[in-house]
Each structure stands twice: as C-alpha cells, then as structure tokens.
Design a protein around this ligand. Structure first.
Ligand code: 3HC
Length: 302
C-alpha cells in the first residue's frame, strides 16, 4: 500500500481548511487541492491556513521556509475541482461539506464518476451514515451486491477530524458496511501521517465520539433548563471538577447549537431510544437563531 501523497479536500470551512493545513504541513502531501464552490469561502479558508502557518512560524514551531512550502503545496480549485483532482491524480479526497445527506450523496456520486477507481473517498461527517454515503457511489442500474458496486462503495470511509483540526489530536475512522480493510488501512495511515492518533468505530448513529459527547451536552442543557444550576456553575463544575478544557455549554456554543441539535436528532431517530430526546431548550435556541459562537449568541454572547 503506497502512502497518499496528493489529496483533494472538498469544502474550505473551518474543518476543510484545517484538514488541508495538516495534510500540507504534517503529512507533507506534495499537492493539496482545496475546493469550495463559493470563491469567498475558498479565500477565507486560505487566509485562515496562512494565519495559522504564520502563527506557528512566529512561535518558532516551524521555520518560515516550512510555512511557505506548506502553503505553496495547497492549490485552491474552483468549479472544476473534481476534474482538477483527477488530473493531479489524487490518492484520496476528504469531503468536509455542510452536513446534509443529499448534498453529500451528490458529491460522492460525482467523485466516484470523476475520479480513478483507486481513489479513496473519505467523509468528515460527524453524524451522517457512511453506509448511506457509500451507497450513493454505485451507478444507477448496478446491483449493490455486484463486484463493481463492492469496488466502488468499498473505497468510502469516514475520517472524522475534530475542531480545531490543527490542535485536536484525534481522528475517528468509521467503517461503513461496504468499506474494505485496504481502504480503512490507507485512511488510518493518512491520519497518522497528519500527526493524529486514530480510533475506529462502526457506522452507528453518532459513531463513538458523538454518541458519548452529544448526550453529555444535551444533559447539561437539560440541567440548565431544569434550574439545577446556573450556566456558569455547570461549566465550572466540568472545567474545574473534571479538568475539561471547556464546560459543556461553552463547548456546545463552540460546536454550534444547530450542529449539536442535528447530531442529537440523529441519535434519537437512529436508535429510537427516548434517552436521546433533544432538550427542548436546545430546540428553542436553534429556533431563535441563537446557534452559538458563529452566530454571536448561544449560552454566551460573542
Ligand atoms: N485553528 C487553529 N488553531 C486554533 C484554533 C483554530 N480554529 N483555535 C485555537 N487554536 C489554537 C490557538 O491558536 C492556540 O495555539 P498556540 O498554542 O500556538 O497559541 C491554541 O489553539 C490554544 O488556544 P487558546 O490559547 O486561544 O485557547 P485555549 O487554551 O482555551 O484552547 C481550545 C482553545 C483548543 C479550543 C480548547 O479550549 C479546547 O480544547 N476546547 C475543546 C475543543 C473540543 O472539544 N473540540 C471537539 C469538538 S467536537 C468535534 O469537533 C466533533 C464534531 O463532530 C462535533
């Protein structure tokens, strides 16, 4: 199995630009093609990457030459992104697009049509079933149990990075029902090359990380709603009592309350278990547009 040296990243938001950063700086991929259909987002993603590289060089963690080289290996690509990735011969594409099943299914269908059959197709989704995404790569009319479908869908894998990607040490690998052992191993090697520790989860709602994290956050919101303790005391309990870097309410704001609610709904609907019922306060805050840090207001004001 040869290491992945050229990759494509779909989506230049917080996660996609973070993934491009670790691929260029840590994995030293010779080419990182960063694609976003929105030119403004693409430029913002590049600016973010440049700022972190400059900060690392400023702190003496890397040399200025390292920072310049890493930035030079990242190539922004616009609407012909998949064609460009095919021309460059990328070994893997990591998708970090918004968390919408139909959008991801359409991206993976296009990726499987436009790229060599050996290209690994990874999704950074935090909650959508990798098995459903993999099924979208099978061309219409091809039976899901055929050898062609097994090859096509077998190269799809979940590669779940954590926010902020440059800082968080973990990547959670998710094996869909169709994922081949070779795909899983290549993805693992890539994550290790990016400087990450790796865990593996089966494709169940929330995988391991969010099946544990979201109910914890949801319970904290229920605790607040029930008046058990104030916002500050809930967060202080976990920060000072358990050494968490952020309390659960601050973390919910950081992740985005809409994202938390979506994931909690995936757990609730995907398992049918009432223990995952989303907090009514969380639902109401999202209804109000108070989605956390990115929106200027959540449990805290920004
Ligand atoms: N991109 C790159 N670097 C960033 C960053 C970003 N978006 N945000 C912070 N950093 C860097 C800072 O530049 C700083 O780097 P330095 O050491 O070179 O100065 C370093 O992180 C520490 O930042 P700060 O000093 O500003 O602040 P803190 O010490 O409070 O750390 C934190 C910030 C790393 C975000 C820390 O509070 C933390 O670990 N919080 C918990 C984060 C967490 O749990 N993430 C997972 C969320 S769940 C998820 O992603 C899964 C999804 O499916 C929901």
């Amino acid at each position: 199995m040869s290491p992945i040296t050229k990759i494509g990243v779909i989506g230049a938001g917080q996660m996609g630009s973070g993934i491009a950063f670790v691929a260029a700086l840590r994995a030293k991929c010779s080419q990182v093609l960063l694609h976003d259909p929105n030119p403004t987002q693409l430029q913002a993603g590049l600016k973010h990457i440049k700022a972190i590289l400059d900060k690392d060089a400023g702190k003496g963690r890397i040399t200025t030459a390292d920072a310049e080289e890493a930035f030079g290996r990242i190539r922004p690509v616009g609407k012909d992104g998949i064609e460009e990735m095919d021309k460059a011969g990328v070994g893997m594409v990591v998708e970090a697009a918004p968390e919408k099943l139909e959008l991801k299914r359409s991206i993976f269908s296009e990726l499987s049509k436009g790229l060599a059959s050996s290209t690994i197709l990874a999704s950074n989704t935090s909650s959508i079933s990798i098995t459903k995404i993999a099924a979208a790569t099978i061309p219409a009319g091809v039976a899901a149990a055929s050898e062609e479908a097994k090859r096509t869908a077998g190269r799809v894998v979940g590669l779940h990075f954590f926010n902020p990607v440059p800082v968080m040490k973990l990547v959670e690998l998710i094996s869909a029902l169709q994922t081949t052992p070779e795909t899983l191993e290549s993805a693992r090697q890539f994550a290790i090359a990016c400087g990450k520790e790796v865990t593996t989860s089966q494709d169940v709602p929330g995988f391991v990380s969010n099946a544990l994290l979201m109910p914890f956050i949801n319970e904290a919101i229920m605790c607040l709603d029930a008046g058990t303790a104030t916002r500050d005391d809930i967060d202080k309990t976990l920060k000072l009592g358990m050494n968490h870097p952020m309390g659960p309410l601050q973390l919910a704001d950081f992740i985005g309350l809409d994202t938390c609610l979506n994931i909690q709904k995936v757990l609730y609907e995907g398992t049918g278990d009432s223990k995952y019922r989303p907090s009514i306060l969380l639902e109401r805050m999202v209804d109000a547009g108070w989605v956390g840090k990115k929106g200027g207001k959540g449990f805290y004001e920004y």
